[in-house]
Design a protein around this ligand. Sequence first.
Ligand code: IYR
Length: 222
Amino acid sequence: MVENKFLTLSDYCEYPEAEMKRRASEFYKEMIRRRTVRHFSDRPVDRSVIEDCLRTASTAPSGANQQPWSFIVVSDLTVKRRIREAAEKVEQEFYSKDATKKWVKDLDHLGTVPSKPFLESAPYLIVIFSKLYDYSSTGEKKRHYYVFESVGIATGMLITAIHHAGLVLLTYTPSKMRFLNKILSRPSNEKPFMILVAGYPAGDAVVPAIQKKSLQEIATFI
Ligand code: IYR
């Protein structure tokens, strides 16, 4: 018998045009409120919220539907401290040695520094790994396609879901990231992609006075 590989698109939902316009505009209004935050409260967040946001991320499209990602959710204080310690070490090196003067100047308006207290205070560090390849059941290396595009899309959807839930985030990319494999015991086919720091903002949190480019600057209709 021939296997039936396709199903009807039963979950698709078409809205009347006015409703479509309203939804697009309302969603934009919700997303433009998202701000990257660097000052977190230590107030706990129910794990089920993070679980649902990760379920949303897992719906992302990916090359050959290989879903080449792992999300390691860290709330344990000892592990968060180890990550903070290792991250601050690589950031010290970055700011004092590795980064060009131009790069440090380009970061000036964000107010970033080598000290990363949020890695300890925020309730969750979601460490995202790209699975560069996998192993088949017979132990052979299995190639993955468009890994960084796929993981980037899933990360974007996770950011959107966490914002939508009413929490704040920092997209944090330590200057060197391989220490994350060691601390989190991840295999070498997994490459650290980003840490999403998630939680409630600190009461006195501030954000840089920056703006997004206009539609005219970023889009061309032909
Ligand atoms: N990883 C460093 C430096 C840094 C780099 C970029 I590009 C930023 O947008 C922000 C920071 C740090 O987080 O301090």
